[in-house]
Design a binder for this molecule. Structure first.
Ligand code: ADP
Length: 577
């Protein structure tokens, strides 16, 4: 049944019963009124007239007015005949009264009239008795029917009170709960209401909506699954190893290459905590050390060396953090990491070939250059034969070129050593002043040619340093050469050596061209030369210096401003006494 019909019929029924109750009450009140009225009009008046007639009869013949009084009451009684037998009784009184009027002295008539009146009174009293029992019956019926109707009304009202609110509110409650389920993406939720009411239609519409949403979400899920499969296929077909982690560092995916190099099976890797795997797997431990210890990140540009498939391979590791910005939120949220390894073995092999080549070539160059130098010295010897000025100039330029060649081959040899990763260090306690002096000696001609003055400033009681003096001197020569080379004529290059905690700092300061801020971080890179540098050079000196100093446990840095010169500093550990 529809809710509207339910409401109308419930409230309507109640309304009808209230009307019925009112009508019944009115009916019974009226019936009671009619019954009592009957008694009053029909019988009480007759009794009144009879009494008056009896009183008047007592006065006749003494009182002349009594006759008229009797006559008046008798006339009233004549028009108030209501009961069976009353007419005859009244007629008798009239007859006897008329006879009395004609013969007032007759002593029998007065008792006859009294008897007639008594009969009339008896008739009416009987009628009163009968009518009052009728009124009592009417009252009894009213007492029965009015409460019965009232009780029925009460029961119906009570039933409505109990059922109707629930009938309306319960489906709304159920519907609200189902809407909440849908809002929580449980599209399987359905509602089941009695199908004839408005709620039935509502439930049907709701269920259709839920079904469509379910269909839509499944199709979306299907799309997402297909997309996931595509990405998985892509990752699996990549030649570079890839491992995906969630925000709790649990392995989400790993491609075949990753499994191969880690020597793990899918079951042993996917779904496991990466830290747990790292305990037993050296490679995984190496891969995640930046993740576990973020402070290490900067330093680990070193390629990862992996031995797999019976050969050594080199990989460049990159850890990408995956951040998302949830809808409506301001802060990005970390949802995982991807560890990518780029196979750089072919480049590494090429690089090695290049280093070997450089090493071999520069080594092979050394002997002929030394032979050239020796021949030069022989030629310069007066005993070999006199040289004219032109020949002497030619020899001078050959010497310069040979010097340059020797420097380059030296740098290339050092580079080959650095690149192959086996810098041979002969570390022992060395005196800083000695190394500086040696460097000054080596760059003397160059400085003199440019009229550059080299000043030294040694702190008192300088300790010995823990260093490979040959390599450190090479660095110092390189820094001083650069300082002279990039200084203007007649400038001063100052070398300061002082102790700083457990280190000794060497500073080479010039007042030359200086280095533009934007190139400062690059000058220690291999083959880098500040664009526009006219002076000869390979761009290797500073990078080799950096390697040499760092290999000895020191640091190298530069402070410079374009146009006002540069200060190159490096530190070395104080030698233990
Ligand atoms: P190069 O053989 O070119 O000198 P370096 O590695 O020694 O190679 O230096 C790299 C670059 O740094 C140089 O090309 C030069 O532009 C710049 N540089 C080095 N030292 C100085 C200096 N004292 N003053 C200005 N620029 C310098």
């Amino acid at each position: 049944m529809k809710i509207k019909t339910k409401l109308i019929s419930g409230v309507g029924l109640l309304f009808v019963f209230i009307l019925l109750l009112a009508a019944m009450s009115i009916f019974y009140v009226n019936a009671l009124k009619r019954d009592t009225n009957n008694i009053l009009v029909a019988n009480y008046n007759t009794l009144e007239y009879s009494r008056n007639m009896l009183l008047a009869l007592e006065q006749i013949p003494e009182d002349s007015k009594a006759l008229a009084d009797f006559d008046k009451n008798l006339a009233r009684q004549k028009v108030n005949v209501t009961e069976i037998g009353e007419e005859e009784a009244t007629a008798q009184i009239i007859d006897h009264f008329n006879a009395l009027k004609l013969n007032p002295e007759d002593g029998h008539l007065a008792p006859a009239i009294r008897k007639d009146i008594a009969e009339l009174m008896r008739l009416n009293m009987e009628a009163i008795e009968r009518k009052s029992s009728i009124a009592a019956a009417t009252a009894n019926s009213a007492i029965f029917w009015i409460p019965v109707t009232g009780a029925v009304c009460f029961i119906i009202a009570f039933i409505l009170l109990v059922n109707l609110p629930g009938n309306i509110a319960n489906p709304i409650k159920e519907l609200t709960a189902s809407i909440k389920q849908i809002a929580g993406q449980n599209y399987k939720e359905r509602v089941h209401f009695e199908s004839h009411s408005e709620f039935g239609e509502l439930a049907q519409s709701f269920n259709t909506m839920a079904e469509k949403l379910e269909e839509y979400s499944e199709s979306k899920l299907d799309k997402i699954l297909k997309g996931k499969k595509r990405i998985e296929a892509l990752i699996n077909n990549m030649h570079d190893p890839v491992i995906g982690l969630d925000e709790a560092r649990k392995v989400l995916f790993a491609n075949d290459e990753a499994l191969k190099i880690a020597g793990l099976s899918t079951e042993n890797l996917i779904g496991k905590q990466i830290q747990d795997i790292a305990v037993t797997n050296d490679l995984v431990r190496d891969l995640i050390k930046d993740l576990i210890n973020p402070g290490l990140k900067e330093k680990t540009i070193e390629p990862v060396k992996i031995f797999a498939d019976n050969k050594e391979s080199y990989f460049e590791k990159e850890i990408i953090d995956i951040n998302i910005l949830p809808t409506g939120e301001q802060a990005a949220q970390l949802i995982g990491h991807v560890i990518m390894l780029r196979n750089i073995t072919p480049f590494k092999e090429l690089d090695l070939a290049k280093t070997n080549f450089i090493g071999t070539v520069s080594h092979e160059f050394k002997t002929p250059i030394a032979a050239i130098k020796m021949s030069l010295q022989l030629l310069e010897n007066e005993q070999v034969g006199p040289l004219n000025t032109e020949q002497q100039q030619l020899l001078e330029s050959i010497r310069e070129d040979t010097g340059r060649l020797l420097k380059i081959t030296g740098e290339l040899l050092n580079l080959a050593q650095v690149e192959s990763g086996n810098i041979q260090l002969a570390v022992k306690a060395a005196a800083p002043e000695e190394m500086v002096q040696y460097a000054i000696q080596a760059t003397k001609t160059q400085a003199e040619r440019k009229q550059v003055k080299i000043e030294t400033d040694y702190a008192d009681h300088l300790p010995m340093v823990q260093a490979d003096s040959e390599k450190t001197t090479w660095v110092l020569v390189n820094l001083v050469t650069n300082a002279i080379r990039y200084s203007y004529e007649n400038a001063v290059v100052s070398i300061r050596v002082f102790q700083e905690q457990d280190k000794v700092k060497f500073q080479v300061k010039d007042t030359g061209t200086g280095i533009d801020e934007k190139y400062k971080h690059k000058i220690f890179d291999r083959y880098f030369r500040v664009p526009g540098t006219q002076k000869e050079g390979t761009g290797l000196g500073l990078s080799i210096s950096k390697e040499f100093i760092e290999a000895q446990g020191g640091d190298i840095s530069v402070e410079s401003a374009l146009g006002s010169g540069s200060t190159f500093s490096f530190t070395l550990n104080v030698a233990e006494r």
